[in-house]
Design a protein around this ligand. Structure first.
Ligand SMILES: [Fe+2]
Length: 294
């Protein structure tokens, strides 16, 4: 669903030091003062976090834990049907709690021994270069709040459901984790903004919204699809095209709607050969040549 670096409710620090998350008037939590105060408090935790320190503990209400439980239950059934095997196996290995929202520190502690990945709390917008760059170090920037409890299956922005059910489960696969790291190394290697955007778009159409052939069917491996109970039911009806670096790096997308154009790998090996190799070897020049090619 989301590009973490691009689509956050803006976070502002006022003169008195208080932190405010600016929700749009159409946001499901807009009129809920208690929810908004909690969003502000959670954003302040992330802003106060120093690298190397434990991730601060976020408080959630019972209603919010219930949202997590509902979504976990709903998605588990859909993952069995629509997710690639590598993801399903990784989710079993990670063993996220099903009845309550895990703390990000807890998610990090579960992931570390499996693939070495850890989480960093993000209050709001993380610059593209920073968000992608730290993937090379095995670090993943993540929001800590959860969607508004009035609409458990909808969120207009990336929340902990997306970040953890979508991304942490994927990051518990050594093969996927290696691809995340390669994307991070590519982001660190390129210098121009154009090349960085190309790298991030390839990430978008693969690790966020990628699909793959498996046992003669289209299966999802992108965290955006795998964390959305609506989108996971719809992706097979979208315009599914073969994996194509130039097309992925230059196709526009709208983060506020279901993705209508998707790119499908023939297999995991195919994904690694094409996208893994691209991230492993690309630089400003090779990306400029690719973007200009027919
Ligand atoms: Fe994401």
């Amino acid at each position: 669903m989301f590009e973490e670096a691009q689509y956050f409710a803006p976070v502002a620090t006022r003169d008195d030091g208080s932190v405010v998350v600016e929700l749009a008037s159409g946001h499901p939590g807009f009129a809920d003062t208690v929810y908004r105060n909690r969003r502000n408090a959670i954003a302040a935790l992330a802003l106060g976090h120093k690298p190397g320190e434990p991730i601060p503990h976020a408080e959630y209400t019972d209603e919010e834990h219930h949202v997590w439980a509902l979504v976990m239950q709903e998605l588990a059934v859909k993952h069995d049907k629509y997710a690639v095997r590598e993801f399903i196996d990784a989710a079993v290995r990670l063993g996220l709690p099903t009845d309550r929202i895990p703390q990000l520190q807890e998610v990090s502690d579960l992931l570390k021994p499996i693939t070495g990945f850890g989480y960093l709390p993000a209050a709001g917008l993380v610059p593209l270069r920073e968000f992608y760059g730290v993937l090379a170090d095995g670090l993943f920037h993540s929001t800590q709040y959860i969607r508004h409890h009035s609409v458990p299956f909808y969120t207009p922005e990336p929340d902990i459901v997306h970040e953890v059910i979508g991304h942490a489960n994927t990051l518990a696969s050594p093969r996927f984790a290696a691809l995340y790291r390669l994307a991070g190394q590519a982001a660190r290697r390129v210098e121009t903004d154009e090349a960085l955007e190309f790298v991030s778009k390839v990430f978008w159409f693969t690790l966020e919204f990628g699909v793959m052939r498996e046992d003669g069917e289209s299966k999802a491996y992108g965290a955006g699809i795998l964390s959305s109970s609506g989108e996971i039911e719809e992706f097979r009806g979208m315009d599914i095209r073969p994996l194509d670096l130039k097309a992925m790096g230059s196709t526009p997308y709208d983060i506020t709607k279901y993705q209508e154009v998707l790119f499908e790998a023939e297999s995991f090996d195919h994904l690694e050969d094409v996208v893994g190799t691209f991230w492993d070897t690309c630089d400003d020049d090779s990306i400029a040549r690719l973007a200009a090619s027919r």
